[in-house]
Ligand binder design. Structure first.
Ligand SMILES: O=C(CO)[C@H](O)[C@H](O)COP(=O)(O)O
Length: 231
């Protein structure tokens, strides 16, 4: 029986094989995305694949650089051919996502909104029938007045928790913001909630990725399953 890491790696490899030479590729963040970065570097070495990566976090930039993947910023490469990333929850049918457990949701959304195609990679544990069933929704907020923002987000019907780092200090994103992990429970209308959060003063971004994923590559014990959004 394959381990969870082996499944993540299988999905990552399948996505990396979709990349063609000359592409500009958004490089996601997290343990599954890290396998995709490694698989791309391997293809560069073994097949001579050429690509430019646009990383979605400092962490991913460091990994890609250490593997010799040429990088560009989103300012330098504002139009990406593809982005490959993991997710915390993938809603079967819509392919709407919850992302951000790894803390990179803002840069991920910026990079992935600029990609012609967003490919999500995961093991089967990430599939849900309704978003909000397994993970709290990460909401990135500016530090200034964060308690007032906390109260506004709470009023939308959730229990927010300020994310802390391993030292017990507030977790800081790459853009130097805080994250509130918001337990909304199963979401009947995630698109409406996304709009409400976007309209909340102090909220910079949230981890709902609505209508963005073009494909999800899911690694199962007996092979790869490819999901596309149903109309
Ligand atoms: O959104 C993310 C980071 O902000 C990650 O893609 C998400 O948390 C999945 O991570 P992993 O592959 O480690 O389970």
């Amino acid at each position: 029986m394959a381990t969870q890491d082996e499944l993540k790696q299988a999905a990552a490899r399948a996505a990396a094989h979709k990349v063609q030479s000359g592409m500009v590729v958004g490089l996601g963040t997290g343990s599954t995305a890290a396998f995709a970065v490694s698989a791309l570097a391997e293809r560069m070495q073994t097949e001579g694949l050429k690509l430019i990566g646009v990383p979605t976090s400092v962490r991913t930039a460091e990994q890609a650089r250490s593997l010799g993947i040429p990088l560009a910023t989103l300012e330098e490469q504002p139009h990406l051919d593809m982005a490959i990333d993991g997710a915390d929850e993938i809603e079967i049918g819509s392919l709407n996502l919850i992302k951000g457990a790894g803390g990179a949701l803002l840069r991920e959304k910026l990079v992935e909104a600029s990609a012609a195609e967003l490919i999500i990679i995961a093991d089967a544990s990430k599939k849900v029938t309704q978003l909000g069933t397994r993970f709290a929704l990460p909401v990135e907020v500016v530090r200034f007045g964060w308690k007032a923002t906390f109260a506004r987000v709470e009023a939308l019907g959730c229990t927010p928790v300020l994310r802390l780092d391993e030292k017990g200090d507030p977790y800081l994103t790459d853009e130097q913001h805080y994250i509130l992990d918001c337990q909304f429970g199963p979401m009947a209308d995630p698109a409406k909630l996304a709009d409400q959060l976007k309209g909340t003063v102090g909220v910079v971004e949230h981890g709902l990725f609505i209508g963005m994923a073009k494909e999800a590559i899911i690694a199962l014990q007996d092979g790869i399953e490819t999901l596309v959004p149903t109309p």
